[in-house]
Design a protein around this ligand. Structure first.
Ligand code: IVH
Length: 667
């Protein structure tokens, strides 16, 4: 019993320390899931021991980090949207309406409309107390923990002339440079690319792990202050005050006293916005005086005192010259439109992606068509329509999807339920062969120092046809090739021999099995610590591993069912590559609990709960939090939850005490 009490005390102390590191210092020293795990253990212990209740326990905090879903919060002032205008004529109408309603002089503040995720921050006595997303406008998600990681959001304000309590609204943004960096990294890892920075910003804001949020280098710009005692009656002046308190208020906001001023601002930013570090999609015009804003009031959805002028989605019309089909590393076919080169937002566009067959059919494309091309928030231009009226009788043939691979001639396949077509000839299709080698050598896989051009050269010279051939390269082969002076050739050979000690999980990732990314490779290598074990694993064995589903299991079994893959692996083994897990102190790893679902409950004497959890995983089992029809064993300790015990006996689940469990592992 004393053991339980001291465990509770030490968990409370630890959790408080991590709370402080995380919330106050913004420097968490443990992963979110570890924190959650400790919190859950504490909650269970407290549930089982109400006599140790303490209102100051970290489990008693409101809005504890434990919740996987964000807490929903009502907005004190609703977050409205803005009416849109698309032309200067509409802007003039807005201006006229305001002038008629007010019937006195007024100023308009012009500012950029930032394209990210909107956020509302509350400050009390100069401290950030809450950050809430827009949600449905009246209720949003409490994302304070995540927003705290954004460096441009002040946690404490500068000076002392801010109101005791106020809200400030703004936009969370992912700068273009960061967006490009993340996408480049994803491309290297064979992951799908993000379409635009807005999606990444709002996705990141709702990420469950604040350290991921912190790593993404989000930025925040602010544009609206709300509260009972704001410094002045002017929106522009209030923004200047907010800037002095430490907020990032874009310097490009301008007070306009005439339509001419506004017009000048619009035409200046229409072009200049291309040089901004973040995405914008228009200009916002606001009546400056707050008194006048109140006079003008609101419609059901938006204020009458403000309007958005949306930038023209940059669009051009150009001729569709031809369609080519590209074959990716995994055999996926991407149709690409070859266009008559045309200028679009500062760059010459020659190509546009068409994604898949459904899109081609939807557009009813013909060669020679005049097509509309847009480059919205997306980086790759896309065809958004066809000018069918300008279609002449000379228009070329209707575009249809190819039936055979343009590179190797193999008949394409379209897996059920997928829009994409694939070339199934992984072993004979040049871009797939070269792609597989490129993937194998990447830094996160085997880390072999050779670039795509050299792979291409060596492939063309007949030196390499698969990844195993890399290990047969010698100095004499290399020096015959252009680009391979003595030193870089030796460098390549060194990296090839270093790659022989790359851990098993990275080798497994390097094989490029479809759907086996880094995380899956890690999981598989733990559950099947030797390539032979993985080779023999059935789909059922595979799906018994945490987070491995049908789709991955099928891909893995199909890979090992192919004799050519087996031969390749055997050949790689002769070069001495690591095909098993290194002894990392867990050499007693077994498959004794493989496929078994085990729930732990109560407190134990011989090992901690954490250690039991690790033991289960070490022996290939899965630890789950709650008893269900899928549970195989319930491992029970002292003072276990009565409800769990009853449920387990009802379901006929086998109950083990710690000795019985340890015996099971001994066998
Ligand atoms: S003012 C009541 N100013 O645009 C008016 N909004 O439809 C409050 N936005 O999602 C909004 N830049 O997040 C305002 N300079 C700016 C803005 C801006 C971007 C976003 C805002 C909202 C949408 C308005």
């Amino acid at each position: 019993m004393n053991g339980t009490k001291s465990r509770i005390t030490s968990l409370r102390r630890e959790l408080e320390r991590h709370n402080y590191n995380y919330h106050v210092l913004s420097a968490p020293t443990i992963a979110d899931c570890e924190f959650d795990y400790m919190m859950r253990e504490l909650q269970q212990l407290e549930e089982a021991h109400p006599e140790y209740f303490d209102p100051y326990s970290p489990t008693q905090r409101v809005g504890s980090d434990l919740s996987k879903d964000f807490e929903q919060v009502s907005h004190k002032y609703p977050m409205l949207s803005l009416g849109n205008t698309y032309s200067e004529a509409e802007v003039r109408e807005f201006y006229g309406r305001v002038a008629r309603s007010l019937n006195e002089s007024f100023d308009i503040v012009a500012e950029l409309k930032y394209d990210g995720a909107s956020i509302s921050l509350t400050y009390k006595n100069g401290k950030l107390v809450q950050a809430v997303t827009r949600g449905d406008g009246s209720r949003g998600d409490n994302v304070t923990a995540n927003v705290r990681t954004i460096r441009s959001v002040p946690l404490s304000l500068i000076g002392d002339d801010y109101p005791d309590e106020f809200e400030i609204r703004g936009e969370i943004l992912l700068p273009w440079s960061e967006f490009e960096r993340i996408n480049k990294e994803r491309e290297e890892q064979g992951e799908s690319l993000f379409a635009n920075p807005r999606n990444v910003a709002s996705g990141t804001l709702k990420h469950q792990n604040p350290s991921v949020v912190a790593a993404r280098k989000l930025d925040a710009y602010f544009y609206y202050l709300l509260g009972e005692d704001l410094p002045t009656d002017g929106h522009y002046e209030n923004m200047e005050a907010a800037r002095s308190w430490g907020f990032k208020i874009p310097p490009v906001i301008r007070k306009c006293s005439s339509l001419e001023d506004i017009s000048e601002y619009l035409s200046y930013w229409e072009k200049e916005r291309e040089h901004l570090p973040v995405a914008t999609d228009g200009i916002v015009l606001k009546v400056n005086s707050i008194k006048q804003q109140l006079n003008l009031g609101y419609t059901a959805k938006s204020p009458r005192w403000a309007v958005a002028y949306k930038f023209q989605a940059e669009r051009i019309a150009t001729r569709l010259n031809s369609i080519s089909f590209q074959v990716g590393r995994t055999g996926a076919i991407t149709p690409v439109a070859n266009l008559e080169p045309a200028l679009l937002s500062g760059t010459t566009v020659k190509r546009a992606s068409l994604h898949n067959e459904d899109i081609i059919i939807g557009l009813d494309l013909h060669i020679g068509d005049n097509v509309y091309v847009e480059k919205g928030g997306e980086i790759i231009p896309k065809i958004v329509g066809v000018d069918t009226e300008s279609r002449t009788t000379e228009v070329g043939e209707k575009v249809s999807f190819i039936k055979n691979c343009p590179e190797c001639g193999a008949e394409l396949i379209q897996p059920e339920g997928e829009a994409a077509h694939y070339c199934p000839n992984a072993w004979g299709c040049p871009p797939q062969i070269k792609g597989a080698i490129e993937h194998f050598v990447t830094r996160r896989a085997m880390d072999i120092r050779i670039g795509p051009e050299s792979i291409e050269d060596m492939y063309n010279a007949g030196l390499i046809k698969n990844v195993a051939d890399l290990y047969t390269l010698g100095l004499t082969d290399l020096v015959k090739l252009e680009r391979w002076a003595g030193k870089s050739a030796q460098n390549l050979l060194d990296s090839l021999s270093e790659s022989k000690s790359v851990p098993f999980e990275r080798f497994l990732y390097g094989l490029g099995i479809r759907y086996v990314g880094e995380t899956v490779a890690k999981r598989l290598s733990r559950a099947f610590p030797h390539i032979d074990k993985l080779k023999q694993a059935t789909a059922e064995d595979l799906t018994a591993v945490d987070e491995i589903g049908e789709r991955i299991a099928q891909s893995v079994t199909a890979y090992f069912a192919d004799e050519r893959n087996i031969a390749l692996i055997e050949r790689l083994a002769t070069f001495g590559l690591k095909m098993y897990m290194e002894d990392d102190g867990s050499s007693n790893r077994t498959n004794k609990l493989s496929g078994l679902n085990i729930v732990i409950s109560g407190a134990f004497a011989k090992h901690s709960r954490d250690e039991y959890k690790q033991l289960i995983e070490l022996h290939g089992g899965k630890n789950s939090g709650s008893v269900s029809g899928k549970t195989d064993y319930l491992l029970v300790g002292e003072n276990m939850g009565q409800a769990k015990l009853e449920k387990a006996s009802k379901l006929g689940i086998k109950i083990l005490n710690e000795d019985e469990f340890l015996n099971l592992l001994e066998q």
